[in-house]
Design a protein around this ligand. Structure first.
Ligand code: COA
Length: 261
């Protein structure tokens, strides 16, 4: 596997555990880390050994504490625009990934860290996690999708509360508002994330990918168009060997052996 600066990755049973590793800076994303994330996900999309990705942060304290403030503090408008576009395109690539991506939020998910987690398909948080968009405290606007994905996930009022105050929310509040999907004890976070990924991977691989496309693209369309899109994904799934195997296995009362065809 290629080398990705500030990232560590191990693959086991089709699940890539991706660790953002700048613990001394609470895993803040500098330009090198953002580029590495972009390269990793572009490679992972094509790598048959990887069928799901879990993203987490190194150490016990932080998932990602945002963009590296030291690197962004002197940006002029053009540099800021380029940085925002770069981050957005990396997170968009994660969001549109056709393999499940799970954020295992082990601590602070602030600014770009929360934006990264929100681009993932499912979020599991440690009970110690703190999530927020503190950019306004620094006098800047979130630029990696926070003003758009946050209201889509939790609604406009709650999103504006988080954005305008800059105050982080704890894991239980995040769960109650739908910002995370499950909260677990810190010591079982990775185990739970892996169990969830394994459970997903028991299903038909093409159906997983078509469903991710149906939801991710469909949510950006008007309902009538999205329903057409769903039908086309459904029709494609009808043409796979996997659907024959899945339905036959059910009728024969055995576990299916999907081949992703
Ligand atoms: N960018 C750059 N460095 C960061 C960072 C960031 N976003 N977040 C933390 N760090 C660095 C700190 O500067 C410190 O480095 P140092 O040891 O060289 O001084 C180290 O990580 C540890 O952070 P520290 O602030 O000492 O830890 P803490 O436990 O007291 O506080 C936080 C933790 C997360 C509350 C605090 O670090 C923080 O507010 N970080 C910034 C969050 C933010 O505004 N993110 C959005 C950026 S756009």
């Amino acid at each position: 596997m290629a080398h990705y600066e500030h990232l560590r990755c191990e693959i086991d049973s089709g699940i890539a555990l991706l660790v953002i590793d700048r613990a001394e800076k609470l895993n803040a994303l500098n330009a090198a880390a953002v580029d590495s994330l972009g390269r990793f996900f572009a490679d992972a999309a094509k790598d048959d050994r990887i069928r799901a990705v879990i993203v987490t942060g190194a150490g016990e304290k932080s998932f990602v504490a945002g963009a590296d403030i030291g690197e962004v503090s002197d940006f002029d408008a053009l540099e800021g625009r380029a940085w925002g576009l770069r981050g957005q395109s990396v997170l968009r690539c994660i969001e549109l990934m056709e393999k499940p991506v799970i954020a295992a939020i082990n601590g602070y998910a602030l600014g770009g860290g929360l934006e990264l987690a929100m681009a993932c398909h499912i979020r599991i948080a440690s009970s110690r996690a703190r999530l927020g968009q503190p950019e306004l405290r620094l006098g800047i606007v979130p630029g990696f999708g926070g003003t758009q994905r946050l209201p889509r996930l939790v609604g406009k009022g709650r999103a504006l509360m988080i954005l305008l105050t800059g105050a982080p929310v704890g894991a239980d509040d995040a769960l109650a508002m739908g910002l995370v999907d499950r909260v677990v004890e810190p010591h079982s976070l990775l185990e739970e994330a892996k169990a969830l990924a394994s459970r997903i991977l028991r299903n038909g691989p093409l159906a997983i990918s078509l469903t991710l496309q149906a939801v991710n693209r469909g949510l950006e369309m008007p309902l009538a168009e999205a329903l057409d899109w769903e039908v086309s994904q459904y029709a494609l799934s009808c043409a796979t060997e996997d659907v024959r195997e899945g339905t036959r296995a059910f009728l024969e009362k055995r576990r299916p052996k999907f081949r992703g065809r």
